[in-house]
Structures are given as C-alpha cells and as structure tokens.
Design a protein around this ligand. Structure first.
Ligand code: MV4
Length: 448
C-alpha cells in the first residue's frame, strides 16, 4: 500500500480521506491556505504544508504549490477529494508525470467525461439511453433551429465544457431559440473559454438519480446502487437519499446495467458517478458522469457497508477492490443525508463566522461527517458546507423519524445554518411521501 498520501483539499472531505488513510496505515499530508491554519484536517494529518493565500486560486487550486508540497514531503499519491483540482485532467497528468499516483481516473477519462457533448456521444455509441439531441457540438444557429424543430420544443442548450448546471439555456418555443443560442454561446465562452454547445430535448419535471460505480485495474466494474438527489436549489444539493422512492427492483436493475455500460464505455478507473434523469413515465437517460468521489458518497457507504474512500486508495495503488465476488453488494435499509451549510435558512445568504457552541447529533443510525468544532471560525472564502448529517433506518419511515430527532438535537451557535430549513422540509407531506423531483425546492420555497 502507499506509505504517504497528500490530500489536496480541505474541510470535511479532507478529514474523511485522512480517516481512510489511517485505517489503511498510510501516513497523511495536509495542505492548507493561510485562512485554514486552524482547520481540523491540518490537525489530524501527520504533516501539513501551507501552500498559499486564502483565495482558492492562491492555494487549493494552485497546481505547482500542491505538487511542490507533495514532492518535498515524499508523498506517493495525491487524493484530490471533490471540487478544486478533482476533475482537472491537466493536474492529474502532472501528478502522473511527477511519478506520483492521482487517486482517481486517468486524465483521458476525466477529459472525455468533462466534455459533456463527447460524453453524450460516447454513451450513444455504448447504447446507454440519452435524450433526443445533437450528435456532437452544434455547428451553427441554423443547425440548432432545424434540430429543435425535428426533436420538438422545449429544448435545452448546454455548454460542452459546462456541467453541474453551469452554462445551460432553455428554449420553450422557436421564438426563444436564437436568443438562447447567443446567450448560451457568450456565457460558455466567458465561463469556460469554449463556446461549444450541444442540444437536448428538455425534460420538464425529472428526478435526478445517480449510480455509484467502482472500477479497478483488474478490469472489474461494479455498481453500488443509486442516490436520489432531486432535493436541490440552484444545482446545490440539500438532501440525498438511498434507495430512491421512485425505483422498483426492475427499473433499478435496468439503470444499474446502464451505469455499468457507461462506466466501461468511459474506460473508467476508480470511483465515479453516473447521473441520470428519470422521467415521470419511468424512462431514464444519461445526463453526466462525475469523475470524482462525491459529497454524498456516505449515503452509499451506509446502505452498502462499503468504505468507498478505502476502495479508492486500494484501486489507486493497483490492488483489486476488496469486495468479494461471492458476497454480493446488497444495499440494506434507508439513508438520508442532510447538508448543513453556514447560511441563512430563509435567504440562503452565506453566514461565516465564529462557532461559539456546538452539539452534534449521535445515537442509533447517525453519522456526522464534519470538520467543525466549538471555537472554530468558518472562513468566508470557501463553500458553506459545515457538516453532513447521515441517518440510517431499516426503512424510509424509520429514517425520517430518526432524521427529525437527530436534527432537532443539533446545535450550532454563533452562525446561521440550514438546520431549520431541513426540519421544515421534513414536515412537508410531498417530501415525506417521496413525491419529489428537481423542482421540489422551487415549489416548496414559493409555498413557504
Ligand atoms: C437537463 C434537464 C432537463 N432536460 N437536461 C442540471 C444540471 C446538469 N447536470 C443538467 N441539468 C439538467 N439537465 C435535459 N435534457 C434538467 C436539468 C436540471 C436539473 C438536473 C438535475 C438536478 C437538478 C436540476 C435542476 C434544474 C435542471
């Protein structure tokens, strides 16, 4: 196994990765910014290196700073976590060229799935279902107009280099297309330096359901079931759960097979996620592949009992994944994840500052992944995630009751958090009945 791994991240995911390294006997190197000297990941790691100023561009996104820290500490590998450099193919290439292991897929797979239009084309060839749309990037506005007429409105224009909801424009009817095309092109050029767009038929009220996959260098590919991620606001997920209340075992098996096809088509290695849109009629289509460990990975860990980060480390080292073929992956029970953010529960304005007091929930079925502690000051420079509260129940009903109990017992004093919002969602009859889709939060917030 590796002797030393550098974690190119901060916050709860850095803490999570350090935990997996410890259990495997790997020593750890934290990197941090000037603003993060007092962070838990810095205290928990065996070594730490300050790599720059508070702004991400000066530290966690600073490729040469991260590489230098890995070199001077004699690290064998770099775990990128999520966000920051996790889906940067150039970074993955440099790590490899410096003789270290990037714990993730190959630069080629990152690049392929990072181009959302190429990803779509790859899935068409692999016979993974996709929505009607363009065959590669659109060459002109005229091509867009003709294609939209053929597939029917509404259509959505997406930036090839976008993803996660960035760089998308909707056209509900023909009179909106020219404008949507120009706006989307400009936005894509400004945001990604790549104006290339592709088109899909737009689904009005889909669910977002994603499958966790693992692939190792022996050629083994497995899927670990789904996460329902429809409870989100402006593409920021708030609550995830598994299993999805929308799937029966036949549909789950069919989507699982498609996830395996997609993973193989991408020549994928390590942990990844296949995102699908599920329509009200039970049809599903490939949306994107995420080439990283995700925020919500513990949802899958809790229903399967598998430590995904340890599997990532084993696979990165070139070992086979530890799941035996005979003992099948059998998800059990029901799990919710609540993202507790440092933000106003009504306006969603960021709420950084000093945590004056902290009481975390615990007891049966509760897991909290966090980097915060009483006396910690939440810096204003990074994303607002404070903690992930995960709750297991034998069934959805028990998980819901336990979730209320856990969130009611949690206290974060000194700053505003999304806990009161979660408690209100837990009182919503549509949420408790599992009647959710990607527009649930818009309806919920209007009704409030
Ligand atoms: C869509 C869609 C409907 N039809 N594509 C948003 C995130 C990015 N990954 C793609 N997204 C969407 N693509 C077609 N053809 C609706 C969304 C979408 C969405 C998807 C998942 C979760 C939340 C969402 C909220 C709004 C729109």
């Amino acid at each position: 196994m590796f002797s030393k791994v550098l974690i190119a991240n901060r916050g709860e995911i850095a803490v999570r990765i350090i935990a997996a390294c410890r259990e495997l006997g790997i020593s750890t190197v934290a990197v941090h910014s000037d603003a993060d000297r007092d962070c838990l990941h810095v205290r928990l790691a065996d070594q730490s290196v300050c790599i720059g100023g508070p702004y991400p561009a000066d530290s966690y996104l600073n490729v040469s700073g991260v590489i230098a820290a890995a070199e001077i500490t004699g690290s064998d590998a770099i775990h990128p976590g999520y966000g920051f450099l996790a889906e940067n193919a150039h970074f993955a290439e440099i790590v490899r060229d410096c003789g270290m292991v990037f714990i993730g897929p190959s630069p080629k797979a990152i690049r392929l799935m990072g181009n959302k239009s190429q990803a779509r084309t790859t899935m068409v060839e692999a016979e993974v279902p996709v929505l009607p749309g363009s065959d590669g990037p659109l060459k002109s506005k005229n091509e867009a107009l003709n294609l939209a007429k053929a597939i029917g409105y509404p259509v959505i224009l997406k930036a090839s280099s976008g993803g996660g909801g960035r760089g998308m424009r909707l056209a509900l009817a023909e009179d909106q297309l020219a404008n949507a095309f120009d706006t989307a092109r400009n936005e894509a050029e400004n945001a990604f330096g790549d104006s290339s767009l592709y088109m899909e038929k737009y689904l009005v009220n889909p669910r977002h359901i994603e499958f966790q996959v693992l692939a190792d260098s022996s050629g083994r590919v497995v899927q670990l079931g789904e996460r329902e991620c429809s409870i989100q606001r402006r593409h920021q997920k708030l609550i995830e759960e598994s299993p999805s209340p929308a799937l029966n075992s036949d549909l789950r098996a069919e989507m699982g097979r498609a996830a395996l096809l997609a993973t193989r088509a991408a020549k994928y290695l390590n942990a990844g996620t296949i995102e699908f849109l599920l329509n009200g009629d039970g049809s599903f289509t490939f949306m994107e592949m995420n080439t990283r460990i995700q925020v919500e990975h513990p949802v899958t860990e809790m229903v399967t009992g598998i430590d995904l980060v340890k599997e990532q480390l084993r696979i990165g080292f070139g070992e086979p994944m530890s799941l035996s073929k005979r003992r099948q992956i059998r998800p059990q029970g029901h799990v919710f994840e609540f993202r507790v953010n440092a933000e106003d529960p009504e306006t969603f304005a960021p709420s950084p500052g000093l945590i004056e007091g902290l009481v975390l929930p615990g007891g049966p079925g509760v897991r909290v992944d966090t980097h915060i502690y009483a006396g910690y000051r939440v810096p204003p420079f990074y994303d607002s995630l404070l903690a992930k509260v995960l709750v297991y129940g034998r069934d959805r009903e028990e998980a819901l009751i336990r979730s209320r109990r856990a969130l009611e017992s949690m206290r974060v004093d000194g700053i505003k958090t999304s806990i009161p919002l979660h408690l209100r969602i837990l009182d919503d009859p549509d949420f408790t009945a599992g009647r959710i889709d990607t527009h649930f939060m818009e309806r919920f917030l209007v009704g409030a």
